[in-house]
Write a protein that binds this ligand. Sequence first.
Ligand code: AMP
Length: 413
Amino acid sequence: MKILILNSGSSSVKYQLLDMTEQTVLASGLVERIGEATSKVKHVRRPGTDQEHSHSEAMSIRDHATGLTRVVELITGPETGVIASVSEIQGIGHRIVHGGEAFSAPTLVDEAVIQGIKDQIPLAPLHNPGGLAGIETALRLMPGVPNVAVFDTAFHQTMSPEAYRYAIPKELYSELKIRRYGFHGTSHFYVAKQCARILKKSLQETSCITVHLGNGCSMAAVKHGKCIDTSMGLTPLAGLVMGTRSGDVDPALHAFLADNKGLSIREIDTLLNKESGLKGMCGHNDMRDIHDLIAQGDTDAQVALRVFCRRVTQYIGQYLALLDGTDAICFTAGIGENDATVRRLSCATLAGLGAILDTQRNADALRGQVTEISTPASLIKIFIIPTNEELEIATQTMEVLGAKEAERESGTH
Ligand code: AMP
């Protein structure tokens, strides 16, 4: 069964074509700078195999429809292709950033679902329009292929009001749906399921803290398989320190900056989302550059790393308190999977809470592999679990299509 995964941003489309029978990636790629004078396309056929073949081009791509048309040409073309025609694709899974309160599970796309995603645009004005463009283009270009929307917020919809409500006037919740939503849900869910598998337990029996540290960073407290709290909020700006996002700051900061620097609300929002975090503190948003700077004696980079890790520790502490018993702490994503120093600093003071890092195992961990990095005596296990959001979107797409098929069969019998 071949499933196409589309992650459509405001000016980009990331894609992966997966063979779910073989559990392999047939092709992956990225269309960038859609709408600009020169757009870029990168396409890789059979990545990670001896048949790997990369293809890059620069051309004018005015909109998502043109970009996706090019993707279809590349995956079916003579040099770059991996399938003869799009009729081989059995389903298309779309990553949609915001499902609001309307969507708590992956959903087969129809007119009502498209309207439902449109209704969430005020909550994700930069992200949901790209996702919608991806869906509408896929429906037009590949008629007859079912589309499934997989929401970044869905996994967190199990949070209770004490986790998701803010202490602000209640009308702001009833009128504008201002509350904590959380993001990266597909990754947190995938990692929690992998954690259960490693522990040889069912997901319903598993409680863990999932720590997603990539360019964006977030954490989730998972109790008996369900999310009970997460660090991102109404928007992805809240919580942990990130590459360019501040994470938590004093909420009075906006007024202070407006009064003392004359900045507009828009400018402050851009400052906190694009110019803050690691980049704001030391000029670099990639953790690898920060380690290089520290090696050269850069004290700003040193402080940035410490602030980043301290925030992770603080959230782990919060979630240990909320979970009232947890099986594991799971590090994932670019930094979480690869950076032994970040994991060591983040776990340095957790021994008293029952999570003891084995510094040798942590330092020796191999890239891309599930690894236990706690000591045998640790009451709470600490794992590195590589995330795979595309595979999880494809799995959820298959589950929705399988359920639909079963529904149809039971209706006809
Ligand atoms: P992601 O969003 O999961 O793709 O993660 C991207 C981020 O992971 C980059 O911005 C880097 O900060 C970080 N990263 C990737 N590789 C490494 C590495 N080997 N060591 C430390 N950080 C890394």
